[in-house]
Design a protein. Structure first.
Length: 462
């Protein structure tokens, strides 16, 4: 495993991913003029899902990536293959009272679809079908979790409220919403497996081919890269947060955020079990901006997000800001006091695209130019599924009901709160305040903190 440099405090900061190395067999860059039926811009999960399905259906398709397929969030994410929708369930119910049930069905189907994709293509990605938990670290969050579990279950989600200790969560996590579908994967290996499947599918793949413009013309849609052009009947914009930089993409469709992950050194399995984490389930917290914690197959803990950064300037490769790393390590020390000697070893991050609705979006920017985004930091399962649904529509099928749920009639978007650095910082500050209040609640009557049970445990079923 190579990493791209040594950062502060002994943590190596990588500008790519900690999961895999870059592929050594890049597909050719686009040169000259190529004609095709469909051009897909961006080879992440969404673009690869679209291209794979089109190729499997015998449609002539070209897939272009600025770097290589899987370079983006696809290879960098935390590996929670989940039916979780981004955003607090109460907020989603308020924003989408008529769509929530259908959005949940979309998310459930995404996991089923991804399971099928992994099986069909024999992708070895260290899949552990543990499900995932949105967990509470304070009594206030626990109350909200119980309420939100009710909202989700009423709307048809395959979820339940669980007690932390009974379920096998680490001591600091009181309980939460267990979402049964999916589990944990190595997303780098998954992205690599999908890339192999696309390369073998008959799709024309061009890497190191950044698309600068997409312009409708008399001879079809013209997609331009530094050394070539594609003339296509139809184009799909699938470059996630980077769609912000394409003039033809609907304005305000995405607010890009840079989110970060840190990985520890390997930890002895008995020490991991002694934290109470016997379920090995993937955990994200119930904060406004989540913290995530998971065990990897190499018995390290991978943790992240907490302080996202709003995009300023180009969305290129970058390393994690050491101040963000330090804040994440502080959180890790707080949640895992018995692992205070465990050292963080490396850090990396990636761009996610937040949409104003917090749901995936799909539609047409103009005639024959489609866009699709299934991110909001939760697109691992959703993006390839949305890509396949869009491909089926482009192939002439009647739109699937899951596609209809997300289809936008007009390419118009309201501003997203995630585009404001001030709003993002304020969310972080509110989260820290709730942590502090939560810690005060957890102190014993004589004022001392109980190290084994950081928060009082009440049966959530009482
Ligand atoms: C640190 C991190 C942790 C995450 N954790 C999780 C998780 O645990 N679970 C989960 O469900 N989701 C998670 N996500 C989100 C998930 O990774 C994304 O939702 C998903 O990867 C989106 O897929 P995509 O294909 O839309 O975009 P991407 O994977 O970002 O792919 C976009 C592609 O477009 C290419 N591109 C960009 N501009 C151009 C251009 N002009 N021309 C050609 N190509 C271009 C890029 O090179 C890239 O390969 C996480 C994301 C990050 C960054």
């Amino acid at each position: 495993m190579t990493v791209d440099g040594m950062g502060t405090a002994g943590i190596r900061h990588s500008s790519f991913s900690g999961w895999i190395d870059r592929p050594s067999d890049p597909a050719p860059a686009l040169e000259g003029v190529v004609d095709t039926d469909v051009a897909v811009v961006g080879g992440g999960y969404l673009g690869m899902g679209t291209a794979l399905r089109l190729a499997e259906r015998g449609i002539d398709v070209a897939l272009l990536d600025a770097q290589f397929c899987g370079w983006g969030a696809a290879s960098r994410n935390a590996g929670y293959l989940t039916n979780t929708l981004a955003g607090d369930a109460r907020m989603l119910a308020a924003l989408h009272p008529r769509r929530l049930r259908r959005a949940i069905r979309f998310a459930d189907s995404s996991v089923e679809f991804s399971n099928g994709l992994i099986e069909r293509h024999g992708i070895e990605c260290d899949y552990e079908r543990t499900g995932n938990v949105i967990a509470a670290v304070t009594e206030g969050q626990l109350k909200r979790s119980r309420h939100n579990a009710g909202i989700l279950v009423d709307a048809g989600a395959d979820a339940e409220f669980v007690d932390g200790r009974e379920f096998g969560l680490p001591d600091a996590f009181l309980g939460g919403i267990f979402e049964r579908a999916g589990g944990l994967i190595n997303p780098g290996k998954y992205a690599r497996g999908l890339r192999d499947a696309v390369l073998m599918s008959g799709a024309k793949v061009f890497e190191n081919s950044p698309v600068g413009s997409i312009r409708p013309g008399r001879a079809g849609i013209v997609v331009t890269t530094p050394n070539g052009r594609i003339r296509a009947e139809r184009v799909v914009i699938a470059n996630n947060a980077h769609s912000r930089d394409l003039a033809i993409a609907p304005p305000r469709m995405t607010a890009p955020l840079w989110v970060s992950l840190v990985e520890t050194e390997p930890i002895a399995p008995e020490r991991l079990r002694a934290t109470g984490w016997t379920s090995r389930v993937g955990i994200s917290t119930h904060h406004l901006v989540l913290e995530s914690y998971r065990i990897t197959p190499r018995n390290t803990i991978l943790f992240g997000v907490r302080r996202p950064e709003v995009a300023r300037g180009a969305l290129g490769a970058r390393e994690v800001d050491p101040r963000v790393t330090a804040d994440l390590v502080r959180a890790f020390r707080q949640r895992f006091p018995t692992l205070s000697d465990v050292e963080p070893r490396r850090a990396w991050g990636g761009w996610i695209a937040m949409t104003p609705s917090w749901l995936p979006v799909v539609g047409e920017a103009t005639d024959n130019v489609s866009y699709a985004i299934a991110c909001n930091g939760h697109g691992l399962a959703q993006a390839p599924y949305l890509g396949a649904l869009l491909a089926d529509r482009l192939a002439g099928d009647a739109p699937h009901e899951d596609l209809e749920t997300l289809w936008r009639r007009r390419p118009w978007f309201s501003p997203s709160p995630a585009s404001s650095a001030l709003a993002v910082r304020a969310a972080w500050a509110v989260d820290r305040l709730s942590d502090r209040l939560g810690r005060r609640e957890s102190r014993s009557p004589d004022g001392s903190a109980d190290p084994r049970t950081p928060h009082p445990r009440r049966s959530p079923f009482a």
